[in-house]
Write a protein that binds this ligand. Structure first.
Ligand SMILES: Nc1nc2c(ncn2[C@@H]2O[C@H](COP(=O)(O)OP(=O)(O)OP(=O)(O)O)[C@@H](O)[C@H]2O)c(=O)[nH]1
Ligand SMILES: [Mg+2]
Length: 293
């Protein structure tokens, strides 16, 4: 077997989780158009004949405005450490200060690094070469691959590049039939959080967390009962999340239930309660209670 641990790092919102899901052909990590979607490190396992790649999807680099953000950055920085290879994902445009800072960290680590320039569907073809040479001046990347994770364009090339860096290993680190190290219980809470991010605006979704309080298969067979708490920061946010006559919460729960059913392959009963915890994103113990880092 050939195995490798690969960290996917980069600024927030560049498409790291979209790339992971595209590589795996399965939704492991949640995605949204808002920054700071991924909050903790999540392992996605790619299994093929004689090959296992454990990808670490990580929170995106950003300027933190609270203790939760600072913790997320720590998680991202730690992910640059003990791996075989780094996939540095950036949008395909000239490198800005944030990208230069991340490159410094990569440089210090001394690890091999593939630069993935994402979202090429949004720019003109002749721009791509300019961006590649701007990046090539900053660091000796092992390779630079322009892709569109959204359109699955170039994803296979990324995999081929990773395969070049893999070595024989006497041990396999993850079961060969599982695509992630996370429980269904955790993935269910993440899917609810994704729907909060997709349906709500401004500060409201960023101040939410989701905890699964009960996850139980009914004895008669095909139904899983899931009870979750949606935590938000303010009483006024609670009103927005529930919406007029409960319409918003119903929409969020219906969308989440559909995806959880697809993931589990069975019917789901999902109940969501909304709770307020003032300013929990600045409270260490609440941050640890509501997140599995
Ligand atoms: N146009 C375009 N959009 C993309 C592409 N890849 C991802 N996106 C979009 O970019 C946004 C962010 O994607 P994510 O995968 O959540 O980004 P991320 O880097 O994981 O973000 P964080 O978890 O916040 O760090 C979503 O709206 C995606 O649909 C792409 O190739 N092209
Ligand atoms: Mg992400």
């Amino acid at each position: 077997m050939k195995t490798a641990f690969v960290s996917i790092i980069g600024r927030t919102n560049v498409g790291k989780s979209t790339l992971l899901n595209a590589i795996l052909g399965e939704k492991i990590s949640i995605i949204s158009d808002k920054p700071q979607t991924t909050r903790s490190r999540i392992v996605g396992v790619y299994n093929a004949q004689d090959v296992q790649i454990a990808f670490l999807d990580t929170p995106g680099f950003h300027r933190p405005e609270n203790k939760l953000g600072a913790r997320m950055i720590e998680v991202a920085e730690e992910s640059i450490g003990d791996v075989d290879l780094i996939l540095f994902v950036a949008e395909c445009r000239p490198p800005a200060a944030m990208e230069r800072e991340v490159i410094k960290k990569i440089h210090v680590s001394g690890l091999p690094c593939i630069l993935v320039l994402n979202k090429i569907d949004k720019i003109r073809k002749d721009e791509i070469l300019k961006v590649i040479s701007a990046y090539a001046e900053l660091h000796e990347f092992d390779s630079i691959v322009p892709i569109s994770a959204l359109q699955r364009d170039g994803v296979k090339i990324v995999l081929d590049e990773i395969l070049k860096h893999m070595e024989e290993s006497p041990v396999v680190y993850y079961p060969t039939d599982a695509a992630t190290d996370r429980s269904e219980r955790y993935l269910a809470s993440e899917l609810v959080r994704e729907k909060l991010l997709r349906n709500l605006r401004e500060e409201v979704p960023h101040g939410t967390a989701v905890e699964t309080v009960l996850f139980k298969d009914r004895e008669d067979g095909n139904l899983t009962e899931i009870y979750v708490n949606i935590i938000c920061e303010r009483e006024s946010h609670k009103g927005i999340i529930i919406g007029k006559q409960g319409t918003m919460l119903k929409k969020i729960a219906t969308e989440a239930r559909g995806e959880i059913e697809a993931m589990l392959g069975r019917k789901v009963y999902l109940e969501c309660r909304v709770k307020v915890k003032e300013d929990w994103r600045n409270n260490e113990s609440l941050i640890n209670e509501y997140n599995e880092f």
